[in-house]
Write a protein that binds this ligand. Structure first.
Ligand SMILES: *Cc1c(COP(=O)(O)O)cnc(C)c1O
Length: 390
């Protein structure tokens, strides 16, 4: 049956697994062209290779990160797998260097996939009480001569902002490629590719989609060769974002800047409010004068804002007292600000640090807030009341 062209006003949702190549000549040409690994092929073949709904969402992300290409995959972890695997070249693989202050799942990926299963020569650069010793970093770069350096600008859950200019200068000096996980910063605050990064990844599950209703990841870059490698790896390792989720992401990306602006404004106001609340011991928010890396945050983010994450410590006489107060605070908010182990949603959610990070951060009164885009007075009211009644 002949398909009629529909005058759709939005990119349609193409759910098909395979595309109609009509005849042998076109099939042959499409498969030959596929070997070039173009970002947007002339003819679509099979959705795992490329899908038009997915490509449409990728183009939206290219505009946000101001880069030449973006590749969507099914999760942030899949994006990390693609980003690092393009540098794996059998026996010729050089050592890789990762900051240790990165997403916990990435550290688990390094341990269980890169080291345990792939037996790769992976090194970690550790922070000292959340702060980086650049002499130590330089010493490691000189000694290891890594293929790439992998880091995040904002640490989690302590929200330490790194001196990224310094890190990137050092990496370039030792000819290490630079991979940045920009999930926390988002392109609203920082565009690492404009500052010389080679690859940027995101968990688009978080701020880019922003509604907590899909999982997705993206790898962004400018270099054509890296893109072809990434497309090849994505295809044959079977990483792929479903068209349904790409469609949803495409819709939600349209409000990304609007949302993130509000996340930043709400978080700034809430951080100040918490800092002045007598039930709170300490508030960590990079926008506060009291934050240990406010200088780095201002240098990196300028006037754009300081993100949507706040970490704070509830006052208590002892660890047990803090733990109980923390539990009562969480219980009081159960129906309004739920305990959800993710971040970057339009709704405010919280996460107690001790039960998640355990021995790494044994801090019984500490809560991480992912601040949403709700009416700020309502948010302050809810949190203030819960603090009052703990
Ligand atoms: C959540 C997260 C990831 C992993 O993303 P998923 O979509 O959960 O696979 C990676 N990096 C950071 C910083 C994250 O917050």
């Amino acid at each position: 049956m002949k398909k009629k062209e529909i005058n759709a006003s939005h990119t349609p949702l193409y759910r098909e697994a395979g595309f109609n190549l009509q005849n042998s000549k076109r099939t042959k040409e499409a498969f030959a062209a596929e070997l070039n690994h173009a970002h947007e092929p002339e003819d679509y073949i099979y959705s795992r290779y490329r899908n038009p709904t997915v490509v449409a969402a990728e183009k939206q992300i290219m505009e946000l990160e101001e880069c030449n290409w973006a590749l969507l995959v099914e999760t942030g972890m899949a994006a990390i797998d693609v980003a690092v695997s393009v540098f794996q070249k059998g026996a010729a693989t050089r050592p890789w260097l990762f900051f240790h202050e990165i997403y916990g799942g990435t550290n688990s990926f390094i341990d269980t996939v890169l080291i345990k299963r792939r037996n790769l020569d992976v090194h970690r650069f550790y922070a000292n009480e959340g702060l980086y010793d650049f002499e130590e970093l330089e010493r490691m770069l000189a000694e290891i001569q890594p293929e790439f350096l992998y880091f995040e600008a904002v640490s989690n859950p302590m929200l330490i902002v790194a001196d990224v200019k310094r890190i990137m200068e050092l990496a370039k000096q030792y000819r290490a490629k630079i991979i940045v996980d920009n999930t926390f910063g988002t392109p609203y605050l920082w565009k690492p590719l404009l500052d010389g990064a080679d690859l940027v990844i995101h968990s688009a599950t978080k701020y880019l989609s922003g509604h907590g209703n899909i999982t997705a990841g993206v790898i962004c870059g400018n270099d054509e060769e890296l893109m072809k490698e990434a497309i090849e790896y994505r295809k044959w390792a079977g990483h792929f974002l479903s068209p349904d989720d790409a469609y949803r992401l495409g819709t939600q990306l349209k409000s990304f800047e609007l949302r993130f602006d509000k996340h930043c404004k709400n978080a700034m106001e809430l951080a100040k409010y918490l800092e002045n609340n007598s039930k709170i011991e300490e508030v960590l928010y990079p926008g506060l004068e009291s934050h240990p890396t406010r200088k780095e945050a201002v240098a990196l983010f300028g006037d754009n804002g300081f993100g949507g994450m706040i970490t704070f410590d509830i006052k208590g006489n002892s660890d047990e007292d803090k733990r109980e107060k923390c539990n009562r605070f969480i219980a009081a908010l159960e129906d309004t600000i739920p305990l959800v182990p993710t971040l970057g949603e339009v709704d405010t959610i919280l996460l107690p640090v001790e039960p998640v990070w355990g021995a790494k951060y044994p801090l019984p009164g500490v809560i991480r807030l992912s601040v949403g885009i709700e009416n700020i007075e309502k948010l302050k009211g809810l949190i203030g009341e819960a603090l009052e009644n703990m």
